[in-house]
Write a protein that binds this ligand. Sequence first.
Ligand SMILES: C[S@@+](CC[C@H](N)C(=O)[O-])C[C@H]1O[C@@H](n2cnc3c(N)ncnc32)[C@H](O)[C@@H]1O
Length: 226
Amino acid sequence: MTLYGVGLGPGDAGLVTVRARKILESANVVYTPGRLSRGVAAEYVDGEQLDDLEFPMTRDEEQLRRAWKQAASEVAPAARNGTAAFVTLGDPNVYSTFGHLRRTLDRFHPDVELEIIPGVSAVTAFATALDVEIPAGAELTLREAPDGEAPVGPNRLVLFKVTDVPATDEKLQEAGYAVTYGRRLFMKEYESTITDDADELTERDYYTIAYAEKPEAIEGPASLFE
Ligand SMILES: C[S@@+](CC[C@H](N)C(=O)[O-])C[C@H]1O[C@@H](n2cnc3c(N)ncnc32)[C@H](O)[C@@H]1O
């Protein structure tokens, strides 16, 4: 009666947690919502146990509702009859479509219980990839910046969904931020790019994150030895 919502981390199978791996290895069926998550899960799950769920690339709410209802009606019987898992990149509870599945199951299949296995989120993994330290006590704001948007204000910003890097960059520079971009971080099968030059990232790629900080507002971490 339990569906496991499993966070896979940012894309490298070596960053899947021990607990997530145990669930994946013991599951009768593992549902994957896309090619990237399927590639990571496939490191620990036999091909016959993997099942792809298709979701339309649309913002049309009615179409999305139908797709999630359909997904829930596939997943619910599998969770009743055995061990079923639904995977997401990063953490299932952080800016994730997993929330849609959870709400749909609650509404139409309330007998299915959910257990979430947290994953390494891009929100924290970016710091290591970009070699950035967020010191204790610092403010850090997480926002989305799709289609050239650039939410500004806070001293330190992590931006998801930076699909139009040059347009977002122009606005961030104007607002006085120093910005570093990370594309496809920790995704072993793909080339990762880490750069502060927006011109290197003119192609649209959903898996792009930005870290922006206002240099004049940031004090470095205090040294213990000075
Ligand atoms: C809908 S959010 C999902 C976040 C995910 N649940 C997590 O906890 O990391 C998707 C956004 O996360 C960022 N992202 C996730 N994984 C990434 C990666 N490996 N490299 C760069 N950005 C990533 C991108 O900005 C992408 O648009």
